[in-house]
Design a protein around this ligand. Sequence first.
Ligand SMILES: [Ca+2]
Ligand SMILES: [Ca+2]
Ligand SMILES: [Ca+2]
Ligand SMILES: [Ca+2]
Length: 464
Amino acid sequence: MARTTERQPFSPRRLFSLQRRRERGFTLIEMVISLAVMLQIMVATFLVFESNRRLSQVQTATAEMQQSLRIGQHDMVRLLRMGGRGGLPLQDPSLPIPTPEPPIPFGLALLVRNDIGSNEHIVVANTTSPRVMEGTDVLTVRGALNNPVYILDRDQPNTAGTRGFTLNPDGVSGSVEVCWQVAAGLRQDLAALVNLVDATQPGFTFRQEALIMVSSFDDRKYAVVELVEEGSTLNASNTCVAIDADDDGAVDDTGVTLEFTSEGGLHTLDYNKISPGGGTTNAEIQARLAEFVSEGISYIGVLEEYRYYVRDEADSPANTHEIQSVLTRSRFYPNTDNPYPTIDNFASLKVDIAENVFDLQIAIGFDTDGDGDAEEGPSSSDEWIFNDEGDVQLNGMLRSMRISTLVRTDRPDNKYQAPILLGLEDRVYGTGATSAINSDEARKYRRRILRSDVSLRNNFQIQP
Ligand SMILES: [Ca+2]
Ligand SMILES: [Ca+2]
Ligand SMILES: [Ca+2]
Ligand SMILES: [Ca+2]
């Protein structure tokens, strides 16, 4: 348009009429209005786009958070359901209650360390071990959890007539022969046992594993002893029939002979304490081992122990608004504070299960009146402990456990304030600037709580 005008010979009249036509076409007001409309459309488009982007970010963060929560919870529930597998009871009435502070429940397969204080560590006496988030709970699960429970064939007495179980003359040590073939045509996989005792394996080290053995006569008769790898062999020809278990063409695989001791080992004092009558002497274990000679044992397993906790990764415990917390699993030699597999490597106690989990609470249901259920009520006088601030220790049959975890999104959202959380189980979160959960900073994160109920089988009862 402008070029066409320039080509015309200069004429004020033509220019004037052209200007009038133009003004008739687009008045200044029209221009301003159309600009304003266009601007509004652009702003609206941007807002829709920005809102979608934020929504998508929030959805992604929330999905990640819930996924993290589910993974973490799944792992704990899986092991909790297997707690005691291999024969370790959830509770044992014969154990003396230690002073000053009993583990709660006074358990063998399951323990809870409730309400962690400020600057506490997963190994209480070792400050180089990971720090546990203040106010959270620690869950310990013991049992033959990741490896098979091995069957001993009591129909097949060995040459000494001891069905694979041999007690040495000292009365505290002996051996157990575990066979590849349990009965005619029935095999079991001994690969994990082979790895434990085969010194020719790459990376082989001596591990003073806890072995749990259960009587053929009574499932409640068990003993926890220490594996002695030095004498253990890949040969169990006294009891076992040879088969070709490793498919090398030679019928030369019989089983594994596990040497054990209940005295004088690296962990035997600690293993004694989770055996019946466990205390400062192992007289009861010796009596039990003597019984095994006549009764035989039906099962043997490698006992494991895992502790779940919220690891506090912040630079200092006082740094409350920059919580860096990870739901963590640590493995220990059972009933010891020795990390597994290297007993002095406390830094190794960090298997990450889920990030941004910043509370773990465990509540426990007992049946105290013998009606078969653990009733839960609104007051602190129900059959549950750790579900209420005022709870005291209960004695009764362990029935249920409830795991609650609290997770938050990875990044703060400065335009967001999460609803205030009053508390979780027996923990009260508090409010105000110093609350790790409800300060303005802490509420910039979206949070979710996930609860899982696990019902527990149990033959044993806690006594008053
Ligand atoms: Ca073979
Ligand atoms: Ca608690
Ligand atoms: Ca009841
Ligand atoms: Ca209660």
